[in-house]
Structures are given as structure tokens and as C-alpha cells.
Design a protein around this ligand. Structure first.
Ligand code: UDP
Length: 321
């Protein structure tokens, strides 16, 4: 099977490329390297290009017969999406439509979309299941929800089959140590904490200690990148087996507070780094925890690295490589 991985040079995409190659797929990566790294693509064929370049897409789809497309290429910073919504709607929505149109024109049927827990906004119940109301509170979340809705319409009109995977907090690194998280700038908690532990940063700041949670810090559902990729693989197989369009929430169902992440990092690294208590970050809900039962029952998905210590251990190995 030949899979096109758009954004395959990024954090999650690069882990996906490795998994697809291991499973015997032919893989083509399309990435504009705006955030990804060429050396993170450890298998398949690499094509440098942007979804905004229609001729690149025409050439790619004209020359290849793809059995599936996975789309990881998006901007991911919530705060930036508020400051620069045009950048987010252009890249995450408009350019995604280019990709979908190329798929429709070339009769490529199976699409796996990287969505996000941010489509739910401030949760009204925890854990969050797939049917929880969608009320995104920033352009990043709104754009992702727009694409999910677009996918429903493209299925009805053009028969394009899509699975939207709503990530909670993707974290960790390739257990073999070959790949990991390399965002620039880094905004995610676990790499920032580990950079404080390794001395690359003077400290880590906790964004808010007065939330309505047991220790006052925000609770999130951290899910290992390898488990996420496994869910993509199962979702693609479901489409290949004739399954219809759907969406899954992907998390472990276990919430950990920012303070618990810091404690885990101290235990794993054996280092005592400096922690500063700061203001709340705008738009952060107190608690986001996934109900992933649908993925477990329908896909047979079983996270292997559900334990926070293991997630932090793998990320630490990558940090000090
Ligand atoms: N966070 C923090 N300090 C940081 C970065 C993040 O306290 O330097 C908190 C953030 O407020 C949130 C949690 O860590 O409650 C996870 O944030 P991250 O940006 O990793 O992921 P998000 O939940 O925004 O997708």
C-alpha cells in the first residue's frame, strides 16, 4: 500500500513514517520544512513542497496512485492562532482543502486527519467523548473543526472516507531513540520541563496554580506519540476494510497535573530544576481528559505507553541524546 504523509517531517508525522515503513508500506512524504526537519524522515521518499502549490499536488497525484493520505501539516500554537488567524485559516483550512480536492480529482478515497481536543473548547463534562459539544474557543480549534465538517460534506458529495483523530496531549518520543519532539519555538510542557532539567533553560514556568484541581495546576491527558501513530495505522486499516467516515478521541483517559509532570520529570531525570509559578495562560481549560473507549472498541486500539513515567523517560532520552 502506498501512503502519502503530508507533514511527515514533523514531530508526529516523522514517527508515523517510521511506523508505516515498518509495516511494509510504500511511503511518500510531502513537507515544506517550515516546521519539520529533513533528517527526521527516516524512510520513504521525500518531496519538498507546500499544499499551496497546486502544480506540486497535481504532479504528485498524477504520478502516484495513493491508497491513503495522512495529513499532519498544520500550525499548532493556540496563542499564535489568536494573534494571526489568517495564517491558521490559510494553512490549516484552505490548504487542507487543496489536498482534499486533489484527492477527489484523483479518486484517492482514504484520508486520516490530525484533529485536536481544542475543537471541544471548555468542556462541559469529563472525560470528553466524541459526541461532546464542539465549541472551539480559538482560531486553531475552529479551523480543525471546520475541516472535520468539510470532511463530512466531502464524504456525502464525493465519497471521500475520512477518520479524524482528535489528539489530546501528544508527548514522548520514539522508544528506540531515533526520533523526538523538536518544535521551534517549543511551547509544550514536557519538552520545556526536560529542557529545564537538562540545563537548556533556566527554569520552567507553571501557568497557573489556582485552578479548581487537587493541586491547583491544569490537568491534561498525555498520550505517547507511538500510541498515537498506532491509532492512525488502525484507522487507516479500518478505511481499507471498507469502514465509513468517523472520528476518535485519542488519550489515555488518565489526567496528570502540571505539578505531577514536574514531579515525574524530577524522578526520571534525578535533577532538581527551578520551577517558577506564573499567571494562567489565556484559553487553558482546567481539565482535559479523553474518553477513548470508541477507539478501543472499534479500532482495537490499546495504548502501550500509557504510563506518564514511560512517556517522560522516552522524551528525556531524546532530550539528552
Ligand atoms: N504549561 C505550563 N508551562 C509551560 C507550558 C505549558 O504550565 O511552559 C501548561 C499549560 O498551561 C497546560 C499544560 O501545561 O495546562 C499543557 O500545555 P501544552 O502547551 O503542553 O499543551 P496544551 O494542553 O496546550 O495542548
Amino acid at each position: 500500500m502506498h501512503v502519502l504523509v503530508v507533514g511527515g517531517a514533523g514531530y508526529i508525522g516523522s514517527h508515523m513514517v517510521k511506523l508505516l515503513c515498518r509495516r511494509g508500506c510504500e511511503v511518500t512524504v510531502l513537507d515544506n520544512l517550515s516546521a519539520g526537519r529533513r533528517d527526521a524522515v527516516v524512510g520513504g521518499r521525500f518531496v519538498l513542497g507546500d499544499l499551496g502549490e497546486l502544480d506540486v499536488l497535481d504532479d504528485l497525484f498524477g504520478a502516484n496512485r495513493f491508497d491513503g493520505v495522512m495529513h499532519f501539516a498544520s500550525h499548532i500554537q493556540v496563542g499564535e492562532s489568536v494573534q494571526e488567524p489568517a495564517k491558521y485559516y490559510r494553512n490549516n483550512v484552505f490548504k487542507t482543502q487543496h489536498l482534499l480536492d486533489a484527492m477527489v480529482s484523483h479518486r484517492t478515497r482514504c484520508f486520516i486527519f490530525s484533529s485536536t481536543a481544542a475543537i471541544f473548547g471548555e468542556p462541559i463534562r469529563i472525560p470528553i467523548d466524541e459526541d461532546h459539544p464542539k465549541n472551539p474557543i480559538n482560531p486553531y480549534g475552529r479551523g480543525k473543526w471546520m475541516v472535520e465538517q468539510m470532511l463530512q460534506d466531502y464524504d456525502i458529495a464525493y465519497g471521500l472516507k475520512a477518520v479524524s483523530l482528535r489528539y489530546f496531549n501528544a508527548a514522548g518520543a520514539d522508544p528506540e531513540g531515533e526520533l523526538g519532539e523538536c518544535h521551534d519555538p517549543e511551547t509544550h510542557l514536557i519538552p520545556l520541563v526536560l529542557q529545564a532539567a537538562s540545563g537548556r533553560r533556566p527554569h520552567v514556568t507553571v501557568f497557573g496554580t489556582d485552578y479548581d484541581t487537587p493541586d491547583g495546576t491544569c490537568i491534561r491527558d498525555y498520550i505517547h506519540v507511538t500510541d498515537l501513530c498506532e491509532a492512525h495505522w488502525l484507522a487507516l486499516q479500518r478505511l481499507w476494510d471498507g469502514g465509513g467516515s468517523t472520528a476518535y478521541n485519542l488519550g489515555n483517559g488518565n489526567g496528570f497535573s502540571v505539578q505531577e509532570v514536574i514531579d515525574a520529570a524530577r524522578a526520571v531525570t534525578g535533577r532538581n530544576f527551578s520551577v517558577v509559578h506564573g499567571e494562567r495562560r489565556p484559553g487553558d481549560p482546567a481539565r482535559l481528559v479523553a474518553d477513548s473507549r470508541r477507539a478501543r472498541t472499534e479500532l482495537g486500539w490499546e495504548p502501550r505507553y500509557a504510563d506518564l513515567t514511560m512517556i517522560v523517560e522516552h522524551a528525556w532520552r531524546w532530550e539528552v541524546r
